[in-house]
Design a protein around this ligand. Structure first.
Ligand SMILES: C[S@@+](CC[C@H](N)C(=O)[O-])C[C@H]1O[C@@H](n2cnc3c(N)ncnc32)[C@H](O)[C@@H]1O
Length: 271
């Protein structure tokens, strides 16, 4: 069953640019996770919701020219961008296909490993995607998840406008059935899908002035500003004032800003 397109963050060009920057920003955290898993040359791996590139280059490097990586992505536009991305990296072992992570249509138990980063925080039924992902992996193979939780979305000194914007965004997401705090639940979702030997750790970053992830709250809010107002989650005037205050705040050198807590999970399919 194909799900309707509910990509929480919209399809604006700004979001596309943000996802492209994210490839480099999160690469060290993802690569450290892949190192721990011990992905081997020659493995056949799938990445669900790969976006415009995600970790395809990191996985491609680890499986080497004798392995293969399949990226599955729902947005046709992102598929096109991801294909350019892998071509630019000269990765002939990486293929990108348009598809739905809820129902990939891929043969069961046909991969050595499966990975997914920051997809569950954008979808209303994460448990179904996790189940589909696990079913793609052969007995004894590995699964890996890198997922966000808004727990760590904080700033100091406190800024009431920050809190109001986060609250509006959380309420908007919840109204679409999306759990912004899904990161902490991923261990449970994978256990319930039959995964064993689960290991989890978490990473949080503080973003100083000038760092391109320091503005992530502003970027998220801008992506969905009209929807927040149209849905009654915040008044237009409040939104504009809050964003202006946030902009000023982000330029302050004495303001501490974080974004998500990222939960990194790996585990094994029994067998
Ligand atoms: C926040 S982006 C993360 C992209 C990439 N994994 C990364 O970490 O850079 C979420 C991606 O999941 C994709 N997505 C959301 N729901 C999907 C689904 N049901 N099937 C396939 N892709 C999906 C979106 O189109 C988007 O590209």
């Amino acid at each position: 069953m194909t799900q309707p397109d509910v990509y929480l963050l919209g399809r604006a060009e700004a979001e596309e640019m943000r996802l492209k920057r994210q490839i480099a920003n999160l690469a060290p955290d993802s690569d450290a996770q892949f190192e721990k898993i011990g992905i081997k040359q020659g493995e056949r791996v799938v990445d669900l919701g790969c976006g415009p590139g995600g970790v395809l280059h990191l996985l491609g490097k680890r499986v080497g020219p004798t392995g293969s990586v399949l990226g599955i992505e729902r947005s046709a536009h992102f598929v096109e961008l991801a294909r350019h991305f892998v071509a630019d990296h000269g990765l002939t072992q990486v293929e990108v296909r348009e598809g739905d992570a809820y129902d990939t249509g891929m043969p069961r138990a046909s991969f050595d490993g499966a990975h997914m980063r920051l997809v569950l925080v954008n979808v209303p039924k994460p448990e179904l995607i996790v189940r589909e992902m696990v079913s793609l992996v052969r007995p004894g193979g590995w699964v890996a998840s890198f997922e966000a939780d808004f727990l760590a979305h904080i700033c100091d000194p406190p800024l009431p406008e920050w809190t109001r914007l986060v609250d509006a965004y959380t309420a908007y997401s919840a109204a679409q059935g999306i759990d912004l705090f899904v990161g902490r639940r991923t261990h449970r979702l994978f256990r319930e899908a039959g995964v064993v030997d689960i290991r989890v750790d978490a990473v949080v970053h503080v973003y100083p002035p000038g760092h391109d992830r320091r503005t992530i709250l502003r970027d998220f809010i801008n992506n969905v500003a009209d929807k927040l107002v149209d849905g009654g989650f915040i008044k237009r005037r409040e939104l504009e004032t809050d964003l202006a205050m946030l902009e000023l705040y982000l330029s302050r050198p004495d303001a501490l800003v974080t974004s998500h807590m990222f939960f990194r999970l790996c585990g094994r399919v029994p067998g």
